[in-house]
Design a binder for this molecule. Sequence first.
Ligand code: GDP
Ligand code: MG
Length: 141
Amino acid sequence: MALERTISIIKPDAVAKNVIGEIYSRFEKAGLKVVAAKMKHLSRKEAEGFYAVHRERPFFNALVEFMISGPVMIQVLEGENAVQKNRDLMGATNPKEAAAGTIRADFAQSIDANAVHGSDSLENAAIETAYFFAATELCPR
Ligand code: GDP
Ligand code: MG
């Protein structure tokens, strides 16, 4: 196993539900440390750029509208196997298919309002981290 960093975003639905702390608690219990964080209301341009890989997908516009519907909480998580560990904590994209006890099973409503984003690879984690944070904003500990 390797010490990794990944990006997590608590999406507007979960921020509105006031469960930031509950979700952070799951990261901490799993041994993931927050090494950078910011709350932000994304502009349309920022959301479109972040999800550029999905630009051709039929749900792209709905996804962007949702992501700019309210503030999000963005954090860099550090820990052993952080990328996969965070994906495991999140659960499946569609909360109806998410395993019991996962963030999406417990806090998400639907496939579009699904509580959290998590990087799907180490390579994308690095790209997504650079999208939102300057290197000087990371606080390894
Ligand atoms: P993730 O990595 O589990 O977040 O899933 P993807 O990378 O495949 O999709 C990115 C995001 O697009 C998901 O988290 C959903 O918010 C949204 N999304 C994915 N599939 C659908 C869909 O079929 N319909 C809608 N409305 N949104 C979707
Ligand atoms: Mg994804």
